[in-house]
Write a protein that binds this ligand. Structure first.
Ligand code: NDP
Length: 514
């Protein structure tokens, strides 16, 4: 499919002189009934009406490119991950940076979290980092994951975004306050995807063959600096240049200004979990940097634009479950739910054999004869190798000798370390919200005081959104929630929002839930 003949053909190969042939009953003029034997026309029409695949429910609009991961620092004392060993070693990388809530045709310069997805094609399979541009998430109980996303999207009755449902969710799930501090702060509206960080948010494990392990969080830090737009700049660009972020990334790469990020980890020894100031598996909390400093391991560079968007970026599928030996899941409940949800979304969107697509296929060898057939299987499908477990027959295509186990096996097989954590660290249901949930938002609020005008911009950004809430009680609850971060913040938010509403005679639209 990649190489092209100097003439047109049908999809099944028969050559044709042109690509716009139709067969008609002649009337002597241009008119004439079209015949069903116009195979080329019929194929083109039929293909056209089937060329869309389901849009991602979240993260539909994105910029993307490819490049490489390069090892810059030695982390062999804490992980056996092969791609992270050997200073200077490079592995191919695919990256996709997206907004979350809006649809595929939406504008780039809107206030939203950014998905920051990286696929590293290593000698031991694909390692994905499926990050956000903020270090925390809105919820820590995975059963709330679909709900928080829905509350940021469209009202089911009106099909328009709705500040009432947004704040109805958040005032009743106040563990989200920390993430809201990021969303309505400067970093909630980045000027381009080159100017954002990526954070795993989730806790992973770095493991070694000797059975030792550490908990880690990934920080992927931009070398371009953090730049952002104000609300009014974003709104203007959303009209003038809705694809601003896609084009910015493409232009930078085309002119040789390759964006790069430093990949770092925060590290916690398992013996230190109990003394940590936070639950290290809680995705609404950061690990304080002074206590857990960043340790650099490598860098990411993007140096090639996709030659075909659909093939390379739209068909890309990332999952936090894609881990190589030396990296494992921790008992972080959000991570565990995401490990199911992401591949499941890809199976629905792209079909069961999505891992065969060139953009997703690992560079390393794959041998899974117990996953066969399925739609669009364009491989040799493991020939006559046994398609059931337990066979003692030597499979025709199997080049190895024994089942691999232990450290060389898939992380999911490494139950030993997981068991140990379950015994020493009972996982809470993560349901109750306490004063602790407001400590880190407060630290960020105080940090903003050191940045010129950051607190004022935050209040204005927030007031612009809360003033869309038609339900007075909901507005009061929102002020009260931010008052728990800082009493004056709550008061100032109320003053600014209510003044906006009074001065703004264009009252918010009534909604189904008014
Ligand atoms: P520090 O006080 O050492 O540093 C604060 C960090 O905040 C900076 O290093 C920077 O992270 C990030 N930051 C800077 N300006 C902004 C902004 N306007 N909006 C959002 N983030 C900003 O960090 P601590 O670890 O002591 O945490 C203090 C607070 O900082 C936390 O409660 C959290 O809200 C926030 N924070 C913490 C991060 C962490 O992983 N510990 C990461 C990001 C924010 P960076 O260098 O990653 O850009």
């Amino acid at each position: 499919m990649g190489s092209y003949l100097p003439y047109y053909t049908l999809a099944e190969g028969a050559p044709l002189p042109r690509n716009d042939t139709i067969k008609q009953l002649s009337t002597g003029s241009g008119g004439g009934h079209v015949l069903l034997t116009s195979t080329q026309l019929i194929e083109q029409l039929a293909h056209f009406s089937r060329e869309r695949i389901p849009e991602r429910t979240v993260h539909a609009k994105a910029a993307g490119a490819t490049g490489y991961y390069e090892v810059t620092d030695d982390v062999s004392d804490i992980t056996d991950a092969d791609f992270a060993h050997g200073i200077g070693k490079k592995s191919d990388v695919l990256m996709r940076i997206s907004t979350v809530g809006p649809e595929r045709g939406s504008a780039d310069t809107v206030r939203d979290f950014r998905g920051f997805a990286v696929k590293i094609k290593t000698a031991q399979g694909n390692q994905d980092f499926v990050c956000n541009n903020q270090p925390v998430f809105f919820v820590r109980n995975p059963s709330k994951f679909p709900s928080v996303n829905r509350s940021h999207k469209r009202n089911p009755a009106t099909n328009s975004s709705d500040a009432n449902m947004f704040w109805d969710f958040h005032v009743n799930n106040q563990e989200s306050t920390h993430a809201l501090m990021f969303l309505f702060g400067d970093r909630g509206l980045p000027s381009s995807v080159r100017h954002v960080n990526g954070y795993s948010g989730n806790t992973y494990k770095f493991t070694k063959a000797d059975g030792t392990y550490h908990y880690v969080r990934f920080h992927i830090k931009t070398n371009q600096g953090i730049h952002y737009f104000t609300n009014s700049e974003g709104a203007e660009l959303a009209g003038k240049e809705p694809d601003k972020h896609i084009l910015d990334l493409q232009d930078a790469i085309n002119t040789g200004d390759f964006p790069s990020w430093d990949v770092c980890v925060q590290v916690i020894h398992p013996n230190d979990i109990a003394s940590a100031p936070i639950d290290i598996f809680d995705m609404t909390k950061v690990w304080p940097k002074k206590q857990y400093p960043l340790r650099k391991m490598g860098r990411l560079v993007l140096d090639r634009n996709p030659s075909n968007w659909f093939a390379e970026i739209e068909q890309a599928a990332f999952s936090p479950s894609n881990m190589v030996p030396g990296i494992e899941p921790s008992p972080d409940p959000m991570l565990q739910a995401r490990m199911f949800a992401y591949p499941d979304a890809a199976r629905y969107r792209l079909g069961i054999n999505y891992t065969f697509l060139p953009t997703n296929a690992p560079k390393s060898e794959v041998y899974v004869p117990t996953e066969r057939d399925g739609r669009m299987n364009f491989t040799s499908n493991y020939g006559d190798d046994p398609n059931y477990v337990g066979s003692k027959l030597k499979p025709m295509n199997f080049k190895g000798t024994v089942h691999r186990s232990g450290q060389n096996g898939h992380p999911a097989n490494m139950m030993k370390t997981l068991d140990q954590v379950e015994v020493t660290t009972p996982i809470t249901a993560f349901t109750t919200v306490s004063d602790k949930d407001f400590e880190q938002p407060r630290a960020l609020w105080e940090f903003m005081a050191k940045q010129d005008g950051a607190q004022e911009r935050f209040i204005n950004n927030l007031a612009a959104h809360v003033s869309g809430v038609t339900h007075k009680m909901l507005r009061e609850q929102t002020y009260e929630m931010f008052g728990k971060v800082d009493a004056k913040l709550g008061e100032d938010l109320k003053k600014t929002t209510e003044a906006k509403l009074e001065g703004n005679h264009a009252h918010p639209h009534k909604t189904a839930w008014h």
